[in-house]
Every structure is written in C-alpha cells, then in structure tokens.
Design a binder for this molecule. Structure first.
Ligand SMILES: [Zn+2]
Length: 503
C-alpha cells in the first residue's frame, strides 16, 4: 500500500515537472565521466549490431561447409566481405594446400537378414569409399571394442562387419572419450581383418553426426559408419538372440586429390607496438549434416563482430589485433597448422592466441593450454566483467581446436570454456542449425572476447613468455597431452621437429 501511494506521488510529481520545466531549477547532476574503452567495447558488443544477420546468411544461405566444397568457398567470400564491411585493416586470405578432399556420397546401409530393414547411417569422415554395390557380410558384435572384446571376437572377425556399442553421451568428457577410444578400435579392426566398422550413435532419437577418426586430413583404413542408435540396438538384440545378422554397406564417398583452401584474416593495427600481435580466431568450416551454426558459425560471426565493435568504438589498441577464420579445422586442425607453418619466422611476435569453438553457452573462463603463468594477468584483464562469473580458468591442455599448433610453438593460448548444454547434443549433427543459437548469449560472449583481446593488447608487458621446446615438453608431460598425442598418432610429428617449437 505504502509503495503504491509513494509511486502515485512520484508520478504526479513527474507530471508536474514535465508540464512546467520553466518553473523549476534544473537539477545539477554529477558530470558523467567519458566511457572507458572497455565500457565502450561492451556497449558496442551488446548493442544493436549486424551479428545476427551475418550469422543467418552463413548458416541459412551458405549452410554446411566442409573444407574443399563450393559452400566453403562461399563462406570464405562471406568472411572477406564482412571483415571489409567492419572497416578493419588488411583483410585478406591465405591459401594452403590440403592433400586430399573427402565428401560423403549417398550412404546406404541395410540389414538383409534375418529380417530386411534400412539402417539410418552416415559415413565416418575420411572413410574410404566401398566399391560397386558395397560390402555384404555378417555382423559381429564386439561390445565397446576394448582389447578384451577383440580378443574374444578374434576368430570370427575376419571379413565381418564389426558393431561397436556406445553409451549415451552426456558430457564433454564422454565426447572426448568417443574420440580417444576410436584409434585403438580402428587399429584392432584392421589387425583382425574386419570388412568394415559400424559405430552405435551416442545420441538417441536417430540423431546422426559426422565423426572422424583420422587426425591428418588423410584417408582412413577401412569403411566406417555411424548407425542410428535405435537401429544399432536392434541389430545388437538380434545378434544376442543368436540370429545371424547380415548387413550391406554402401559408402560411395567422393575422394579427390590435393586442393587449395584459405584462412580469412583481418587486423586492427596497433597504435604503439604494431609488430606484436594478439590473435582472436574461430574456424569457419563445418560438417554438413546441419548448417554449422553452433560449430562454429556463431563464433566465426562473433570474431568478425568483435573486429567491428572495436572499430566502431573508435579504439586502436597498443598492439595489433589479428582476426582469423580458420579453414580445415574439422579435417584435423589443418588451417591453423598451415598458418603456424607459414608464419614460422614471425611466431615470436605473436603474444597470445584466443579461440572460441564451443558454440554459444555461458563462458566460465579460459582453458590456459597447460599454463598458469598467464592466469593472474588474465584475471586482471577480465575484471570489468567479473559480475559475469567468467573468471575461473583451467590449466588443461588438449587437442581439439585451433590453438593446438600455437601451443606446440610455446605461445600462450586461451580457449573459452563454455557451458556445453546446447553444443553437445547438436555437435556435428543434423540438428546443428541456427535455431539453436541464443543471440543474446552470443553478444555477451562477444563482449567477453573483445574485453579479453583488447586487454591483452593494452598491457604494458606481454601476457606470457614464449616457451622453449623443453618447457613445452614439460607442459605436455604434466598435462598428459603427450599421451593423447601418442594415441592420435601426432607424437612423431612433434618428435621429429616437423610440428611444434624447434628449440
Ligand atoms: Zn568446432
């Protein structure tokens, strides 16, 4: 009651003030200080912007864009055009060669006996095509494909199609495990002479997704597919009931020779130390079952809009900000790997690399790539957004996005840790479409990214030293990154000095 009464008075008073401004003295308010660059940046990122429309064009009008396809070429033009529109400096592309191209053909899988039914399935990326009408063979259930499972199946496995079970995926760790156990399964399947491998989808309701077990952008060793979870479970039950299940697999995947791909690059030149560079990057390519909205169109569009926001806020940071949309990420981090190789003589100039590749979801902080020496400075830089509870960083190091080759070169890297609520169930799936993108959250993410890279560019000191080869190797041992690299077959490249810091 009292509140209402007070409110009534206030309204009357306001009406009075409004109606008779000439009769009262103007109220002297404290002068508003000019907005700090960081405040101006946040306002630019959160305010009206082309972000939503830019992303819509990428997802809906260009769509899924595997590297090497015409859609990816259109996406590269989209990147160039939008960086130009943002008014930033030095917009260009840098070409590099990818040894092979791979696109899925019209995958067809069916059970032919004891009952005939079609199996919903997609090819695993980089699986070799099957010849003629495909492979028809008995299906052997090898459980989760552990060494023990293979030992049991050993005698019957030759010439068979091997079915691998999975548990439903609910966490990022589950997804990571799916990747990390695959190379061992493929090795065993090749060893026992299997005709093909079929994996049970980790996602129910017939959701299919593109997965790759090849980390180099090169052809894998045997035909492989992901089967709709429900169909795979039916096959497993038939086998369990002692029926002999036969399956026909046709994977007319289209494979091509070497081709050129392009990373898209733009800059805001530094005002005081232009030779020192902070990179903000996201990959532009995507798989094509969906339209690559969460992975990673939203962050490609976000990177462009960070450039626009800094430009429109009239800010020129002390060091240079370089914005990169990488190509070939899904094929095995090929664009960032090529970038690092092409710029090997300039890597001392790269102060830090910040990558976004987990869709749209609340950012809790950054993964520091196995380091802690950069953490305090980062916490300081992110103070202006401390209310967002996103200043909690992790010191893990992993393989899985475009910071990897920079990390191997000893450069400080930051990968946003995000709430995977929407990202995970739609990851590489037909459901990764624009309707999953929360534009409001993406704008918050943009503000966060902008504050980060601007803050790193402005600091008097570099945020962290470039590590030596010995230091990188110590970091690998500490975080067990070395083990993961061995599992994925990436260790020889590091060991031979082909990849990563030389000294
Ligand atoms: Zn991605």
């Amino acid at each position: 009651m009292i509140k209402r009464h007070v409110a009534g008075i206030t309204i009357l008073f306001l009406l009075f003030v409004w109606g008779s401004t000439s009769l009262i003295q103007p109220v002297r308010s404290a002068p508003t200080p000019p907005a700090s660059p960081v405040d101006a940046l946040i306002a630019e990122a959160l305010g009206p912007s082309p972000l939503g429309e830019t992303l819509r064009v990428l997802c809906d009008e260009i769509g899924g864009r595997p590297t090497g396809t015409p859609a990816m070429s259109r996406a590269v033009s989209w990147g160039v055009e939008n960086f130009r529109r943002a008014g930033v400096d030095n917009v260009h592309t840098e070409k590099f060669t990818i040894p092979q191209s791979w696109v899925e053909g019209a995958t067809q899988i069916e059970v032919t006996s004891p009952v005939a039914f079609e199996v919903k399935a997609v090819s695993i990326a980089w699986a070799p095509p099957t010849a003629g009408k495909g492979i028809e063979a008995p299906v052997l259930d090898v459980g989760e494909g552990t060494s023990a499972d293979f030992l049991k199946a050993e005698n019957a496995a030759k010439g068979s199609i091997l079915l691998i079970h999975s548990k439903p995926m609910t966490t990022l760790d589950d997804l990571f495990n799916e990747y990390i156990r695959a190379p061992g399964i493929v090795n065993e399947a090749v060893r026992v002479g299997a005709a093909a491998l079929v994996f049970m989808s980790t996602r129910p309701r017939e959701l299919l997704y593109r997965h790759t077990n090849s980390q180099f952008g090169l052809m894998d060793r045997l035909p492989m597919a992901i089967l709709a979870r429900e169909d795979a479970l039916r096959v497993a039950r038939l086998i369990e009931s002692r029926r002999i299940v036969r399956m026909r697999i046709s994977l007319p995947n289209r494979v091509g020779g070497p081709f050129e791909s392009e990373n898209v690059i733009a800059e805001i030149r530094g005002s005081e130390i232009p030779d020192e560079v902070i990179i903000l990057g996201a990959h532009l390519d995507s798989w094509e079952l969906g339209t690559g909205a969460l992975d990673n169109g939203c962050n490609a569009a976000m990177v462009i809009d960070v450039a626009r926001a800094i430009h429109d806020a009239g800010i020129r940071p002390r060091r240079t900000l370089r914005f990169i949309l990488f190509s070939g990420e899904e094929q095995g981090l090929l664009g960032s790997k090529a970038y690092v190789r092409m710029h090997r003589n300039e890597l001392d100039q790269i102060v830090a690399v910040t990558i976004f590749d987990e869709g749209v979801g609340r950012v809790s902080g950054y993964s520091l790539g196995g380091r802690r020496d950069t953490e305090l400075a980062l916490i300081e830089i992110l103070k202006p957004v401390r209310d967002w509870e996103s200043n909690l960083h992790t010191s893990d190091a992993f393989i899985g996005t475009d910071n990897f080759d920079f990390l191997l070169e000893g450069i400080p890297t930051f990968v946003a840790n995000q709430d995977p609520a929407d990202y995970l169930p739609n990851y590489h799936a037909s459901s990764d479409t624009l309707d999953k993108v929360d534009l409001r959250e993406l704008k918050v993410q943009e503000a966060y990214a902008a504050v980060t890279v601007y803050g790193i560019a402005e600091r008097p000191e570099r945020i962290g030293k470039r590590q030596s080869r010995t230091q990188v190797e110590a970091l690998m041992a500490e975080t067990q990154l070395d083990q993961v690299m061995k599992t994925f077959g990436l260790w020889p490249e590091w060991e031979s000095g082909q990849r990563g810091r030389e000294k």
